[in-house]
Design a protein around this ligand. Sequence first.
Ligand code: UD1
Length: 416
Amino acid sequence: MDKLIVNGGIDLDGSVDISGAKNAVLPLMAATLLAGGEHKITRVPDLKDTRTFLRLLEMLGAKSTFNNGELLVDSSNINSVEAPYELVKTMRASFYVMGPLLGRFGEARVSLPGGCAWGPRPVDYHLKGFEKLGAEVILEDGYIIARAKKLKGAEIHFDIPSVGATANIAMAAVMAEGKTKITNAAIEPHIVQLCEVLNQMGARIEGIGTSILTINGIDQLSPLNVETIPDMIEAGTFLMAGATLGNITLNKVDPSHLNVVIRKLKQAGCELVIEDDSISIHKCKELLPVDMTTDVHPGFPTDLQAQWVALMSVANGSSHITDMIYHDRFAHVPELIRLGADITLNKNMALVKGPKKLKGAQVMSTDIRASASLLIAALMAEGKSEISRIYHIDRGYEKIEEKFKLLGAEIRREKE
Ligand code: UD1
């Protein structure tokens, strides 16, 4: 296992290129199961999760090559419909193969994802959706098995606009017989991209980017060819580091995905310059406390909540940070307290009392975004920090320490 050693309190200066989005590329990789032939995805971030997903595709019978961010997948000879426990337990996004396998082959057997570091993450919407499409869904030996001779279009409503369920159901429904209507669908940028790509493959989805998706099923799709959208969560993470430390420019971003984050940073007193595909941030003179509640897009993403908590711990006053998507997603809090933050948790709300002078300490990563929050805090803290179990950050951030080093941070990776 690797750990990161960070010498904090050093200003950041320079520019960094944002990678393709993890949350976008995984469903795109799943979509390659929908059609035989050679699929091409560019701007694929080289992450532990992309490598895991590739392994999964290969276990299903796909052939692939992955070089310099270009991924070629040939799914002509899929010979298994099973996503095994060993992979699903390390990456819940493996569940994304269920929809396409069921849609194309009429059967899927996927290990039921367990809980995760921040509590239960149910998949009941996915399963109810498959049932509505006419599949028989059973749980056997820890595996969800879904079968249908031919899926049939249906009306499916989500009580909460779920990103995962929208993607999974859309991928199943594109090859169903007749019309499917998904109401209260997610509208996150990665869902928009997935639906656009499905249409490029020949699917007939209307209402993309709205909460009502209408899908007219077709019999066959052709291979996809797409460039992954920029990672708004990676970009948001760098912006939050820049808020107190930087004079940094992020290139190859899509600022329109980050409207709410930019607005919150401005409220906190940060100066930002927004161009078509770049964002610059200058260190705040005085960082003000700003309350934040996560929400589905276009609200503040839950994937940036932990980083916001870290930033607010040095703001000049108290703030309330509430996670409405995942109520227990606060594993970073006790670790941030080790670095000197003053945070009290009350259910799904963190009361962060600033300003605190953070001091380097040994801390432990618990999940991808919690690790990013610890990294921001360690960069802001005076002195040396050690962040252990850094494999979490490698799941979702491409070359994170190299990118921060380019900006002048003192950070290195060591074996634990
Ligand atoms: C979440 C993020 C998504 C990100 C992904 C990976 C949101 C809304 N979603 O997606 O942007 O790509 O993490 O980090 O920020 N729910 C159910 N039953 C289900 C599915 C979801 O009750 O079957 C609930 C969840 O508990 C949650 C809400 O719906 O409260 C939204 O969940 P969903 O968007 O599906 O979460 P992820 O797919 O994990």
